[in-house]
Design a protein around this ligand. Structure first.
Ligand code: NAP
Length: 675
C-alpha cells in the first residue's frame, strides 16, 4: 500500500516506488511512503489562500465546536485506529495514550476555547493600559491569528497524539496546518487523517498531509507562517537553519529530545509509600511505549544510601515485565517502532555501556510472547549506573527506548546540579513527602524544566504521572529540549497568533476590540439595558443610576443582617486607629449589594442570572454621609453558539460625591437571546 498525501484538497499518491515501512512486530512490509512529485509551493499557497480565510470566517467558539465535533467523530471510530496501532509496536495502553489521549486534546481545547476565548477573532491580552492622564488616548494588547500556514513536523512515537496536540491549538487560532508525520509510523497518521477528511467537519484547506519528504516546503515559508517541530535535536537544529526560516523570521517551535530525570527525596525510606511510587514511576517510564517517550525518565537520581534498594526494586519489577506481540493478552511491553529505531537505540546503549556500569541488560536474551525476536523490533529494558553522575555521558546520550540510568547524590545541591546536567529537559519529578525537600529541589531545578511533578501519597491516586503531557499544561522545555512550548491551554493557541499593542482613543479601541474601554462613550438610552435581549444589547449601553446616601443605619443593618461585625465597621475609635480609615467604614460587600439595588431593572426580562463578579476592588473608604452613584456599562458580549443565551460582562463603577471611584468590578450575567 502506498501512503497518500492530502494536498490542495485532494489525495495524492506518488508514482514510482517509495521507502518501505515495516510492521514493528512481524517485520512485514506494511506500506510504502513517498511524496515525490508534490508541488510544495502550491500546498503552502493553498493553505494560505483557501484554508486560512475559510477558518477565519469562523470565530474562536465556532472553531472550538468544530474540534468537539471532530473529537466525537474520531472517538466513535477509535477501534479502527487501535487495530492498526499494534503494528507500531504499541500495546493497548500505549495506543490509548496515542489515540484517546490525542482525541482528548481536541475535547480539552474545544472546552477551553469556548470558556476562555471570546466568541470573535480578536483576543485581548491583559487589561486596558491607562497611558494618558485624561484617558483620551489609551492602549490594549490584542492577539489576532497569523495569516499564513503552520507546518507540523511530528516524531514517530505518537502518530495520532502528535498530530492532534498540534492541530487543536492551531485550528482554534484560525490557522491552517500542513501535517508531516514521521515516516516510520505515518500509516497510522494517514489512517486517522483519512477520517478527519471524510468527516467533512473542517473547511477546505484547513488541513493537508504530507506522507514522505517535505521537499522544498520550508523554503516557501515567510513571516506569517510557523513551523512546529517534534523530533531529535539534530534534525530540529538542521531545519531551524533553513535560510527561509531565519531570514524571514518564521516562528519555529522545537520540541526535541530530553534527558528527563526523577529525583527520589532524601526523606524517602525503602518500604514507604513514596519509595514504591518512585519505583512504579521509573518502571512505567521505561516500559510504556517501550521507553519511546520524549518525557521518559532517562536519569533516576537517588540518595547514595538508597542506591542498592532502588536498583534491587527496579530489577525485580522489570524481571516480571512481559514482552511480545502488543496485540496479545498479557503483554506489558511491545516493540520499538521499527528495526531502524531499535538499531539507533542499541547504538546509544553501546555508548552508555562503555562509560557506565550495567545494572540490567538482557541483550537479545528475551522471551517473547507470541512474537519472533528475529523479525520484530523487540528489546528488553536496560538500566545503567553512573559512577560519576556529574561526568557521565548519560547526561548527554539519549537512548530513545527502554533505557534509564541510575545516579546518586549526596545532598540537595548535588541532586540539583545533576538534574541541570541534562542541559534543559521537558519534565522532572520529585518524589518526596517532605515539604522542605520538595521546595528546595523544585525551586532548584524548575529553571531547567518545562514541567515539574512533585509526587507523594497525597496526590498519587489522581496523579497523571511523570510522563504524561496534558493539554492544560505547558509541554516543552529549555535548552536541549528545544527551548519552546506547546499546549499549556490557551497559551498554545497564542503561539499561532500575533500580539499587537493597539493605541488610540477609547472609543476607537472599543469599536475595534468589541470590548468597552474605560473612557469610551456610555450610551444612555431611554430603555434600561436589562430590558434588552442579547442581540439588542450593544457594547457601551449604560445606566448611570440615582444617588444614594450611605448612613450609619445602613452599616448597622448590614452588620445585623450578615453578622459581619468587623471592628472597622462597628467601632469608630478602633477604626480610626487603623491606618486606612478615619471612622467607621461601610462594608465593601454592602456597597456591592447596594449598587445592585441601584442598577438592576427589577421586572422579569431577558437578564436570566448573575453568575459572578470579576476584578472586584475597593479603592477608597466609604463613610456615613457619603453619597454614591453607579455607572453600569455593557463591557463585553459573548455569544454562546449552542445556547439560547449569551454572556454579558458589565463594567460597574461606584463613585462618591467627589467623583472618586470607591469600587470597580465586572458583573457577569446571562442574557436571553429570545424574549
Ligand atoms: P527525527 O528523526 O528527528 O524526525 C522527526 C521528524 O522530522 C520526522 O517527521 C522526520 O521525518 C522529520 N524530518 C527529518 N528530516 C527532515 C527534513 N530534512 N525535512 C523535513 N522533515 C524532516 O526524530 P524521530 O526519530 O521521529 O523521533 C525521535 C526523537 O524525537 C527523539 O529524540 C525524541 O526525544 C524526540 N521527541 C521529542 C518529543 C517532544 O515533545 N519533545 C516528542 C516525541 C519525540 P521522516 O521520518 O520522514 O524522516
Amino acid at each position: 500500500m502506498k501512503l497518500a498525501s492530502y494536498a490542495n484538497g485532494e489525495w495524492y499518491r506518488a508514482s514510482g516506488s517509495g521507502k518501505v515501512l515495516s510492521n514493528a512486530v512481524s517485520g512485514e512490509a506494511i506500506a510504502e511512503i513517498s511524496s515525490e512529485g508534490l508541488d510544495f509551493a502550491s500546498v503552502a499557497d493553498y493553505a494560505r489562500r483557501v484554508g486560512g480565510p475559510a477558518l477565519r470566517k469562523f470565530t474562536f467558539h465556532q472553531r472550538a465546536l468544530m474540534l468537539k465535533e471532530l473529537a466525537k467523530y474520531l472517538m466513535e471510530r477509535k477501534e479502527i485506529f487501535y487495530a492498526l496501532s499494534s503494528a507500531t509496536g504499541a500495546t493497548r495502553s500505549d495506543s490509548w495514550i496515542d489515540i484517546e489521549g490525542g482525541i482528548a486534546t481536541l475535547f480539552t481545547y474545544s472546552g477551553k476555547g469556548r470558556r476562555e476565548l471570546p466568541n470573535s477573532n480578536i483576543c485581548l491580552d491583559g487589561p486596558q493600559e491607562i497611558i494618558a492622564r485624561e484617558n483620551t488616548f489609551t492602549a490594549q494588547h490584542v492577539y489576532t491569528p497569523i495569516q499564513g500556514v503552520a507546518v507540523h513536523i511530528n516524531a514517530f512515537n505518537f502518530p495520532c497524539w502528535g498530530m492532534l496536540e498540534k492541530l487543536a491549538p492551531t485550528l482554534l487560532a484560525g490557522v491552517p496546518a500542513i501535517v508531516k508525520p514521521a515516516s516510520q509510523t505515518a500509516y497510522l497518521t494517514e489512517l486517522m487523517f483519512q477520517h478527519i477528511v471524510e468527516s467533512g467537519i473542517l473547511p477546505q484547506g484547513a488541513v493537508q498531509l504530507i506522507c514522505g519528504s517535505t521537499g522544498n516546503l520550508l523554503d516557501q515559508l515567510d513571516f506569517q507562517d510557523a513551523v512546529s517541530f517534534t523530533g531529535s535535536a539534530s534534525t530540529g537544529l538542521m531545519l531551524k537553519k533553513t535560510p527561509a526560516i531565519s531570514e524571514n523570521s518564521v516562528r519555529f517551535f522545537m520540541e526535541a529530545d530530553s534527558l528527563n530525570c526523577s529525583i527520589l527525596g532524601s526523606d524517602v525510606d525503602p518500604g514507604s509509600v513514596e519509595f514504591d511510587l518512585y519505583i512504579k514511576e521509573v518502571v512505567r517510564e521505561i516500559t510504556a511505549k517501550s521507553g519511546q517517550k520524549c518525557t521518559a525518565i532517562r536519569r533516576a537520581i537517588v540518595p547514595a544510601d538508597r542506591l542498592d534498594a532502588v536498583a534491587d526494586a527496579l530489577v525485580n519489577r522489570l524481571a516480571s515485565t512481559t514482552i511480545g506481540n502488543p496485540a496479545s493478552e498479557g503483554v506489558r511491553m511491545g516493540a520499538l517502532a521499527g528495526l531502524e529505531q531499535r538499531a539507533d537505540v542499541l547504538a546509544q546503549v553501546e555508548k552508555l555501556t562503555a562509560a557506565n556500569e550495567t545494572v540490567v541488560n538482557r541483550g537479545s536474551d528475551i522471551e517473547l510472547i507470541d512474537a519472533d525476536a528475529e523479525r520484530g523490533a523487540f528489546m528488553a529494558p536496560v538500566i545503567f549506573y553512573a559512577r560519576d553522575p556529574l561526568q557521565s555521558n548519560a547526561n548527554d546520550v539519549e537512548a530513545f527506548g527502554p533505557v534509564s540510568t541510575l545516579m546518586t547524590y549526596r545532598d540537595a545541591d548535588e541532586a540539583i546540579e545533576i538534574a541541570a546536567r541534562g542541559k534543559g529537559s521537558l519534565v522532572a519529578s520529585v518524589i518526596t513527602a517532605d515539604t522542605q525537600v520538595a521546595t528546595r529541589l523544585t525551586t532548584g531545578i524548575a529553571a531547567c524544566h518545562g514541567r515539574v511533578m512533585v509526587l507523594n501519597e497525597a496526590c498519587a491516586k489522581e496523579s497523571t504521572g511523570h510522563g504524561s503531557p496534558l493539554p492544560h499544561l505547558v509541554h516543552g522545555g529549555p535548552g536541549r529540549a528545544g527551548g519552546s512550548e506547546e499546549m499549556g491551554g490557551i497559551r498554545g493557541v497564542k503561539h499561532y497568533m500575533q500580539r499587537t499593542a493597539l493605541q488610540g482613543s477609547p472609543d476607537m479601541l472599543s469599536a475595534i476590540t468589541g470590548q468597552w474601554m474605560t473612557g469610551s462613550e456610555r450610551k444612555l438610552d431611554q430603555v434600561h439595558p436589562f430590558r434588552k435581549r442579547f442581540d439588542q444589547l450593544e457594547v457601551g449601553d449604560a445606566v448611570v443610576t440615582d444617588k444614594r446616601e450611605i448612613t450609619l443605619a445602613d452599616i448597622e443593618s448590614f452588620a445585623d443582617l450578615t453578622g459581619d461585625r468587623f471592628y472597622a465597621h462597628m467601632d469608630a475609635e478602633a477604626a480610626s486607629r487603623n491606618p486606612f480609615f478615619e471612622d467607621r467604614v461601610a462594608h465593601g460587600y454592602f456597597l456591592v449589594s447596594m449598587a445592585a439595588g441601584l442598577f438592576v431593572w427589577p421586572g422579569e426580562g431577558p437578564v436570566l442570572a448573575n453568575y459572578g463578579l470579576d476584578h472586584l476592588r475597593f479603592s477608597a473608604p466609604v463613610y456615613a454621609g457619603d453619597v454614591l452613584q453607579v455607572q453600569f456599562t455593557c463591557k463585553q458580549k459573548v455569544n454562546r453558539e449552542t445556547e439560547d443565551y449569551g454572556e454579558v460582562r458589565w463594567d460597574t463603577t461606584i463613585v462618591n460625591q467627589d467623583d472618586q471611584v470607591v469600587a470597580n468590578y465586572d458583573v457577569l450575567t446571562l442574557v436571553a437571546k429570545q424574549a
